[in-house]
Structures are given as C-alpha cells and as structure tokens.
Design a protein around this ligand. Sequence first.
Ligand code: GAP
Length: 458
Amino acid sequence: MENKITMDKIVNLCKSRGFVFPGSEIYGGFANTWDFGPVGVELKNNVKRAWWKRFVQEDPNTYGVDCSILMNPKVWEASGHVASFGDPKMDCKKCKQRFRADTIVENHSKGSVSAEAMSDQQLEDYIKEHHICCPHCGGFDWTPIRKFNPMFITSRGTLEAEADKVYLRPETCQGEYVNFLNVQRSSRAKVPFAIAQIGKSFRNEITPGNFLFRTIEFEQMELQMFCKDEDSMSIYNNYKERAWEFVEALGLKRENLRFHDHDKLAHYAKAACDIQFNFPIGWQELNGIHHRGVWDLSRHQEFSGKSMLYTDPFTNEKFLPNVIEYSIGADRLTLALLCQAYDEESLENGESRVVMHFHPFIAPYKVAVLPLQKNLSDKAKEIYSKLSKEFMCDYDEAGSIGKRYRRQDEIGTPFAVTIDFETLENNTVTLRDRDTMEQIRLSIDELIPYISERVKFN
Ligand code: GAP
C-alpha cells in the first residue's frame, strides 16, 4: 500500500461515512457481526454484481442457483462437516480465552511457517519450543489442542421435545453439489459446466476478527466446475488465472496479490491454492481454488443413495465428474477493495484529502449532484431525477462546495455534477473527476452517455 493504512483507519471511515456499522451497536454490539450501511450495501452489491457478471453472465457454461441456507442435515454428514470439520483450538488456562493453534503459530512466525501443513502434535510442539504466550494475557499455560466444530446449530419443529437438529450452512457450495443433476438436466448442460451461487454462510469461528476479514456470518461467492478427469488440471489452472484477472480488474494491485499453493492437501484433493492479498494485517487468504477430484459427488451419491453419475451424450459413458471449486468471500473481497482504494493525498494548496479510488463500477454512487447554492436546488433535483433513473446518485446541498467534494471523495463517488447559474442559462454543468479533480463543462444531455461509458466493468 502507498499509505501506511491501518485497519483502524478503515473501520473509522466505514462507520463515519456509512459503509459498515458494528452489529447491534446500541446493545453494546455483538462481537464480529457488522451491518452494511447505505453506502456499504451499494459497494458490496456492486462487488457481487461484478463477480456474477464475470463468472455467470459472461460464461455460457456457468449456471446460477440460489439454494437454501437450511439443508437436510445428512448433507453435512456427507460433506464431512459433522465428523471432521474442526479447527484446532487451544484455551489459555489463565485468562480462559480460546484461540486457534494454527493462527497462533502463523502470527508468531509472521507467516514464514505454514501451519496448515502441521499436525496437531506439531502445532503443540512448535508452541512449546518457541514459548508462544497467550496473545490476550501474556501467560503460558495452554490446554492441549482439541477439535472444535464451528457449525451453528438450530432446530426445526414446533415442539421442543421433538425438534430436530439443523445446521446453518458453513459454506454455500453444498447446494451446488446436491443440485448437480437438476441443473445439468434442466439446462441440458454438458461437462465441462459450472454451477455458481452467492449467499450467506455461518461459522462459529474461534478467532474471528480484523473487521470484515473473519466474521461469524458472511457471504460467499462460490462456483463448482464439473469436468472430465483428463481436462481437470487445465481447468484448475485456468480458474487460477481467471480468479486473479477478476480481482486485478476490480482494482487490487498486482503488487498486493500473490498465489499461495497449499503444502498439505486433503486426501481426495489433487491441487489447491489461494490468492492472498496484502491486507493491513499482512498477507492473508482472499480466495481459494481447489481441485476436489470426485470426492463431493461420490459422498453425496453414497449418503443419499441416489446416483450422481453424468451420462456423456456422445459416448453414453457414465461417470462422476471431477470438481474444480473457486470460492471467494464477498465481505473479505469488499474489505480488500476498501483497503486498496483508501488514499490520503496532500494537495497542491497545502490541504489534504482522503479519497477512495474505487473502480467506478463498484463505487457506491456513480455521481453526486451538487447545487452551488440552495436557490439552484429545483434545477439540481430535476437533474438528479434524470440521472437516478440510470445510476445510484447522491444529492447534497449542505455546506461549502469544497466540503461536499471531500465527502464524495471519502465515499469514492467518481463524478460530481455541479449546478450553477450558467446551468439555468445554457443547460450545462460542471463535471468533476474524483481522481484527477479536473473539471469539464458538459451539457446535461451529455451526462448519461459520458458517465455510462466510464462506469462499466469489462
Ligand atoms: N467451499 C469452500 C470454502 O468454504 P473456505 O476457504 O473455507 O472454503 C472460502 O472459504 C472463502 O470464503 C475464503 O477464501 C474467504 O474469502 C471466505 N471466508 C471463509 N471464512 C470466512 C469468515 N469467517 N469470514 C469472512 N469470510 C470468510
């Protein structure tokens, strides 16, 4: 990052400008939950739109779905989440705080040790050898590592005694697996094809934190590509490229991105990697791309008793396709984009400004309509009503024009239209560019085509 930006600066800006507020704040908050405000909801919706555009709209072989959060509990037995979805937790006996052993090791080694490749015993040994103390109280009195299942449990049924245990989904992709044949048959899809969805997931994380980075409720954008074994490795590599291209096109800078190939693979996996982003807290996973072999479909076939075999329309051969998964958190990506966009600039006149250099496609508002004086507000409102049929627009007539520009800079509005007395005479306005701060004069009729051309995501 050019500026020494901190997570605190991002959190403060997010709260004061209406991007993100602490969840249930008037009740003292509810740890690691966050509410997107008027500006943040636009930003996150645009991030999701960009992903959907790139991976569903522009890809004739990808089909979207929107599946239930609550699924038959057997789904989670088949997926392995009930039996073995577990983080290695350790408690500090002194202050009773709970931590993930792998996170403790990774933070202590500043990422130089790959904790994901270590067994529980190795993690414990490392913590002992390096005398890693409790990050909360500084004590050194750890319990042994135990597995902790982070699935949230709720119940279904009107009578408590008869209620069945139900899980809030910890990932969205199981909806894509269980609907594999529904989508294939209804869409007459031929492998390779993918199923994609965006939706909420829930995890009772042991060590949530760092703002939107790790929360207990979050949105995932996940895609499963079903393919033949012989095509699977090139499809995996292709998704690595596409995933990188997507985040770079949205504005993340190349120098803040890197691939991280996994050292330790699940027994069924053939390859796995993350793209990491250089967050203010250091290099961390942004998304994952996984070659999962035939594991998921074979498990659902086994647990449901229903065939998940795909029939090749040309050869009539029946087989279970391989799965390449691409998964990225909408909130985590939004956080990365907030961090990347944040800039503190010193201006020539000695003043300074905070400006969010969002890609115009994801900017919450595309244009702000600003009457120079209140008695120009009728004309300004007329222009607002015209522009707002095309774009999310903001309207602001309070305070000096300089302060209003600063407010728009802080929420990343790429264009500001100023209405002055000349507007009444010849129907022209001033259009200010957020990044260069240059101003040009345009006729009102030119505004929509001019802005439309510059807020596309291609
Ligand atoms: N279906 C595969 C899966 O869920 P994952 O690595 O656990 O894989 C995928 O999650 C992505 O979801 C992560 O790369 C991250 O962007 C996001 N994610 C996971 N846990 C999260 C959490 N607690 N808070 C915010 N985002 C999270």
